[in-house]
Design a binder for this molecule. Structure first.
Ligand SMILES: *[C@@H]1O[C@H](CO)[C@@H](O)[C@H](O)[C@H]1NC(C)=O
Ligand SMILES: *[C@@H]1O[C@H](CO)[C@@H](O)[C@H](O)[C@H]1NC(C)=O
Ligand code: FES
Ligand SMILES: [Fe+2]
Length: 430
């Protein structure tokens, strides 16, 4: 009897310890899954960028954002829409036979993916009676859009009406919507805009390591930001702010009121050796910034914290940030700035690398925290046309002169009343 009692006890204990072991294994597995899951950090307008000293919510927060927009001094802004390729979606956002509403340069556009996989971008308003394809339109006949109002069908390729299902009369000549040039490369979808209707003057370089699958997807971040589109790439040429706004600390995160800027010799410091240069013809649309970065403790560089960063800006809206962490691996963060309104940008970062998943996640999240510090500045600053430069400010002036090449006489400018001098149209409408 004693023997059987003790065996009952040990069975119960056995079950208990098995349950604990299973529980611990589950927790470890969930933590592991969290660590290796690609980052998807999305911050909407008002999630950050305003600092009021308190968390705002609901209707009151919305009214405060409206107020900040109203009271904002924008300064003497450059034209608001530069010429170039801009990212409007990531490839995974749209499957064959799907339709996706796009807002680009203040215009409502419709992106479709044909049955064949090819993407097309057209203006959203139907020339028949003006319905909007984005609300109820669908992909039919391979690569066409069918309007939800009376069922007219337009080719995504040419924009021409191909069929009026209820009418066997002729199709009016003017039954046509505008089409925009698009490219799909590096798992992103881009549109070309030029204020004088010029055809694409350059192409987006393909990253063979992404196409070949050598670098795998490590995650993305997306931010909606109230600022002029030039502020974001200009930040890369602004060397002096790196050792103030981007000081590394333990728990500041993206909260810029917590950064201890009076630390003259912080324990851990990033040291940057910046070099900026524009490429010669025929690649004048490319500029490159080289950064060597390492941490120091009490002035002594720490081995293994060395990294080589090369930020290649390709036109006004694309930056390929290539990084090399030595034996830890290499990769890219593609940084895309897309003007959706004169002073409202959608910024998408996507990361591909051969780094360890946990390290890639740490890297992308810390990048995002630092980027969000910049957002607090951009959201509230005015544009200064002639800054007061000091020694060691970095090549801001050079960057501005280079960036000017993306504007022309006809580039839309923002009037004081909030209207534009002219509306962006597709080069196919010139
Ligand atoms: C991808 O990796 C393979 C095998 O390591 C290598 O042969 C190939 O050159 C790499 N592709 C690119 C584009 O670097
Ligand atoms: C930022 O930090 C300050 C100081 O610690 C704190 O009072 C404030 O609530 C924080 N703000 C946000 C948005 O986290
Ligand atoms: S409004 Fe589009 S078919 Fe009539
Ligand atoms: Fe910055």
């Amino acid at each position: 009897m004693g023997a059987s009692a003790s065996s009952v006890v040990s069975d119960a204990e056995m079950m208990k310890s098995t349950a604990i072991a299973v529980g611990v294994a589950c927790v470890i597995y969930l933590i592991y899954k969290w660590i290796v899951r690609p980052v998807n950090r999305v911050k909407r307008l008002g999630d950050l960028g305003f600092y009021f000293g308190e968390e705002l919510t609901g209707r009151y927060k919305e009214s405060q954002i409206e107020r900040m927009k109203r009271l904002r001094v924008l300064g003497d802004l450059p034209p608001v829409y530069p010429n170039g390729w801009f990212c409007i979606a990531e490839s995974g956002d749209i499957a064959p036979k799907e339709i996706k509403p796009i807002i680009f340069m203040g215009e409502q556009l419709t992106l479709i993916r044909a049955e064949s996989g090819k993407v097309h971008l057209i203006n959203s308003y139907c020339p028949h009676l003006g319905a909007n394809f984005n609300v109820g339109g669908r992909v039919v006949d391979g690569n066409c859009v069918q309007c939800p109002f009376h069922g007219w069908i337009f080719s995504g390729e040419t924009g021409k009406c191909t069929r009026i299902p209820y009418s066997d009369g002729t199709i009016p000549e003017q039954a046509k919507v505008s089409t925009w040039p698009v490219r799909e490369v590096n798992k992103c979808i881009y549109v070309w805009y030029h204020c004088d209707g010029h055809d694409p003057e350059w192409e987006i370089p393909e990253i063979m390591d992404i196409t070949a699958g050598n670098w795998t997807y490590k995650g993305r971040t997306e931010h909606e930001i109230l600022c002029h589109c030039q502020e974001i790439p200009e930040n890369g040429a602004d060397i002096a702010h790196l050792n103030y706004l981007h000081l590394i600390g333990v728990n500041e995160g993206n909260n810029i009121t917590r950064i201890q800027m009076d630390k003259t010799e912080p324990l851990i410091k990033h040291v940057w050796n910046g070099k900026w240069e524009a490429e010669p013809e025929p690649n004048q649309h490319i500029s490159a910034m080289y950064l060597k970065q390492f941490m120091t403790v009490a002035g002594i560089p720490i081995p293994l914290t060395y990294s080589d960063l090369k930020a290649i800006q390709i036109g006004p809206g694309i930056v390929h940030m290539m990084f090399d962490f030595g034996f830890l691996g290499r990769g890219i963060v593609m940084q895309h700035v897309t003007p959706e309104e004169p002073v409202q940008q959608r910024v998408r970062f996507t990361m591909y690398a051969d780094l360890n998943d946990a390290f890639a996640k740490f890297f992308l999240i810390s990048e995002a925290n630092h980027f969000e510090r910049d957002i607090y500045i951009w959201t509230n600053k005015r544009y200064i046309k002639n800054p007061l430069y000091a020694k060691n400010d970095g090549p801001i002036g050079k960057h501005r002169r280079w960036f000017n090449r993306f504007y022309g006489e006809n580039s839309p400018r923002l009037n004081r009343d909030g209207s534009l001098t002219n509306r962006p149209i597709s080069i196919n409408d010139w």
